[in-house]
Design a protein around this ligand. Sequence first.
Ligand code: SF4
Length: 158
Amino acid sequence: MIKYVNSMVTFSEFPNEISLCINISQCPCHCPGCHSSYLAEDIGEPLGELTLHKLITENKGITCVGFMGGDIEPKSVNALAQYIKTEYNLKVGWYSGRNHLAPEIDLQYFDYVKLGPYVEERGGLDNPNTNQVMLEIDNTCGRSITKDITSYFWHKSN
Ligand code: SF4
């Protein structure tokens, strides 16, 4: 089971969403210059459905749940995303440090996926030179259609 260190409600990680962002530990990506290197450690509490239910009900008014990390166990991220989609009328986002989407992820349970490691000289999502990509997923027509919305973050920083 994946573990989380803390959570916070933010307005900037996913476009036009009030997001409960959950920081997941045991990150296997080890990006040089990582801004949150403590997330590589085996720390925090297990993140299962009961904990997720508690976090969601404690944060009324959110529109999205964001999993910040979880590359150690994409299968668990996918299962928790499915749980959110089944039990709550909320959007789901995932920040992955990998360049490619893990095969365990079923995009029908996601609304946003960020892909790509942090590369110091390229910057994060808000840098037009970034290597990272934010995808928006449209599942309304019965299949998952992805759209690159990374430039949304560049407009925000201008
Ligand atoms: S994916 Fe994120 S948390 Fe993990 S090493 Fe890279 S920058 Fe740090």
